[in-house]
Design a protein around this ligand. Sequence first.
Ligand code: ZN
Ligand code: ZN
Length: 187
Amino acid sequence: MLSCLKVAMSVYTCISCRVAFADGEVQRAHYKSDWHRYNLKRKVADMPAVTAENFQERVLAQRKSDEQQLSDAAATAGCAVCGKKFSSANAHRNHLQSHKHQQAEKQALLAAQRKVEKMNEKNLEKGLGDEKEDRDARNEALRQEAEGAARQKAEKTEKAEFPPRLMWLEEQAKRRGTEDGATAVQA
Ligand SMILES: [Zn+2]
Ligand SMILES: [Zn+2]
């Protein structure tokens, strides 16, 4: 370890941390380290410097405490899946490992997946391929409508060519013809 070097024997040292370095590069790197910054703060507060090992321990302890606080917060927030709240992080952890919760989580996951699938289906419906089909169907309907209108217009024109009275006469003539034929057969 670099810190094992005798400070007095090296030119590269940090007075604040009471440590010596093999060369200037390591020294510059040290000045950027969290450990060094920590000791600078302690120096300002008139507190003794801590060793690298001690600093490492403090970092780990802090991390553990942060994690504990996080899990405490999670315990207070409770389980959103099951709608449960817990008095301690331990109770929360036990719940998360329980069969009941894991089943509920599985169900929630499946439901979420179905939701995503449905959303994907909807997006597909809105997709380009189907939009084209939609447009085709609409165009076909419009074409049929236009054809129908044209046919109706043509029929109207035909009827207009035969005035009502003429049509009546024609029908009378047809009926007479049938009657005549029937008579002829009977005669
Ligand atoms: Zn230092
Ligand atoms: Zn749960």
